[in-house]
Design a protein. Structure first.
Length: 122
């Protein structure tokens, strides 16, 4: 009897997970066109995506800076490990800035397009 109850609970849990996954897939709709400045596209969602990407990249940049400091303690300041980690941190920071600029363009480009009727941001 106890085994049957455990199986029923497992099946119910699995069914719930599958149903949740199916609903999530149906609700997601079409993928975002991240290059579109068309007012029909959800510019706020696109900007939010780019902002989240910038945040992730900034976090990776901070981690690379911390890793460079750790490498410096182990291998010395002139180590290729240190310079490589610093270059990686700079790359992540530059990419984060690009993503922030894209988010800004999607938010402000949408405002500019609404005012001017243009199809691309200024």
């Amino acid at each position: 009897m106890n085994r049957r109850v455990n199986q029923s609970a497992f099946v119910a849990g699995l069914s719930g997970m599958l149903l949740t996954s199916a609903v999530a897939c149906m609700r997601s709709g079409a993928p975002l066109d991240l290059q579109s400045f068309d007012p029909a596209s959800d510019q706020h969602r696109i900007a939010s995506y780019y902002s989240r990407e910038a945040s992730v990249l900034r976090h990776k940049s901070r981690e690379a800076v911390e890793q460079a400091a750790a490498y410096e303690q182990v291998f010395g300041p002139d180590s290729e490990w240190v310079s490589g980690a610093r270059l990686l941190a700079q790359f992540y920071e530059a990419e984060a800035q690009k993503r922030e600029r894209m988010a800004w363009e999607h938010l402000n480009g949408m405002t500019d397009m609404t005012l001017s009727g243009a199809s691309t941001p200024r």
